[in-house]
Design a protein around this ligand. Structure first.
Ligand code: ARG
Length: 462
């Protein structure tokens, strides 16, 4: 024991203060001070409601509100003294309020507990983070739409197993990411809908006997309704888990994109060149230009996943309702929010100003017998072969081209006719990369016509 005096907020039954280690493990002020604005916002709404319902006097409410506004200015000016002895942001603010306005401060905590207070503060914080994420994703999607429009006809190889499969357009590839980030954005919107209930007024866990008006505080704080069950209100952290879940999924998309940029920017691929603003040099190898931003985006995803698993693990064994374990919800969410915000912003910048090396993409698009499927399709369409037979004949043609070390389009007609006599000169018109992509006009296909339709569809939905 340190022999310190007991806590001024809850120390009535304690003869002495906490051990130094107890104080250290217990205090959250070093990180939850981030919630000061939400805490003050919640207290202002609570004080108004207490006065409107006659639970405290209007005079006390006015003192409390003025004091809270002073505290807000002090924190913003950097003059507020945070204390670890006061554990967390809630008690730091309340203690300072008592210094400023005297006994009226002691009435603010009527019909409230830190349990519903922290549930509210954290919800408000996550809500604003979700809103930021929604805007950031819209900006990223916009950049992709612009690049897709610019490159609706730029050809590149499409891959499966990272082996050249069929030619696609770079515009089509960009639009694949628009779809992914749009789903991420819709997950953000879903999460906002479920988060739209206010836990304030659940008090410690059982509600309160004071005649509070929960709808009033819910409305004042921008929520549609109060939460319906007080136990659930103080023990629920689903909103934080959902944020981490959607952040992890979005991170997975960002990381796959980052991986592609890393691959595409190698001299071996030569599909893109990163702008100077989003790459770095090597201190020893003067020729190098490294895709550090993409690599870091890829790595940030590890942090996002870690945060999700971390909080899931914190929550999984907790009986209802509040347990102090839940104080460990914040740092991971703060860290994840920062990582996600940075990763989306870095990607938006990188995609926006990366140079597309059209010639490199086009050359690669035609290599690796990427139009073999078009040859097979031609045999089905023009010569009436069953697809399996056409596939076999095309395989023979590919083997021949491989043996001669040439492209399919470089095989003489006579040789192709030995493989299948139905083949005519017309075959050469489907063996080009441009013809291949132009032919893929099925809904959702890579044909420039379809890609432009998709771009237009998304433009009206951003
Ligand atoms: N700092 C605490 C947290 O973040 C606030 C709630 C404390 N509640 C309690 N019953 N000790 O979870």
């Amino acid at each position: 024991m340190t022999g310190k005096t007991s806590n001024q907020m809850w120390g009535g039954r304690f003869a002495s203060g906490p051990d130094a280690i107890m104080e250290e493990i217990n205090a959250s002020i070093d990180f939850d001070r981030k919630l000061y604005a939400q805490d003050i916002q919640g207290s202002l709404a609570h004080a108004d409601m207490l006065a409107d319902t006659g639970i405290i006097s209007a005079e006390d409410r006015d003192k409390i509100s003025a004091g809270l506004n002073t505290i807000s200015s002090e924190i913003e000016a950097g003059t507020f003294v945070f204390s670890r002895q006061l554990e967390d942001i809630h008690m730091n603010i309340e203690a300072r309020l008592a210094e400023i306005v005297g006994p009226a401060a002691g009435r603010l905590h009527t019909a409230r507990s830190r349990n519903d207070q922290v549930a509210l503060d954290f919800r408000l914080w996550v809500r604003s983070e979700l809103e930021k994420t929604q805007h950031a994703l819209t900006a990223l999607m916009t950049v992709f739409l612009d690049r897709a429009e610019e490159h609706a006809t730029t050809t590149m190889p499409g891959f499966t197993h990272l082996q050249t499969a069929q030619p696609v357009t770079f515009g089509h590839h960009c639009m694949a990411y628009v779809e992914m980030f749009a789903r991420d954005r819709s997950r953000v919107r879903d999460a906002l809908v479920r988060l739209d209930e206010c836990p304030l007024g659940a008090a410690a866990l059982a509600g309160t006997g004071f005649p509070i008006d929960r709808q009033q505080t819910a409305t004042a704080l921008g929520f549609s309704t109060p939460t319906r069950n007080s136990l659930d209100s103080v023990s629920d952290r689903d909103f934080a888990l959902e944020f981490l879940g959607l952040a992890s999924i979005c991170g997975t998309h960002l990381s796959r994109l980052a991986e592609e940029i890393v691959i595409w920017s190698t001299p071996q691929f030569g599909f893109v060149r990163l702008s100077d603003s989003f790459s770095t040099g090597s201190s020893i190898m003067p020729q190098k230009k490294n895709p550090d931003a993409a690599e870091l985006v890829r790595a940030k995803t590890g942090r996002l996943n870690g945060a999700l698993i971390g909080l899931l693990t914190v929550m999984k064994g907790l009986p209802l309702s509040y347990s102090k374990d839940m104080q460990e919800d914040k740092e991971q969410v703060f860290d994840a929010a920062k990582s996600l915000e940075l990763a989306i912003a870095a990607m938006t910048g990188m995609i926006g100003d990366m140079h597309i090396l059209k010639d490199g993409m086009k050359a690669a698009a035609g290599s690796g017998y990427s139009t073999a499927t078009d040859l097979a399709d031609w045999l089905v369409r023009e010569a009436g072969l069953p697809f399996r037979d056409a596939h076999h004949a095309t395989g023979t043609a590919v083997a021949l081209a491989e043996e001669r070390q040439c492209e399919l389009a470089e095989l003489p007609l006579a040789d192709l006719q030995k493989i299948n006599p139905a083949i005519t000169q017309d075959i050469y018109s489907v063996l080009t990369v441009e013809a291949s992509v132009a032919s893929r006009t099925s809904f959702g296909g890579t044909s420039p016509v379809r890609v432009r339709e998709q771009i237009a569809w998304w433009r009206t939905r951003l």
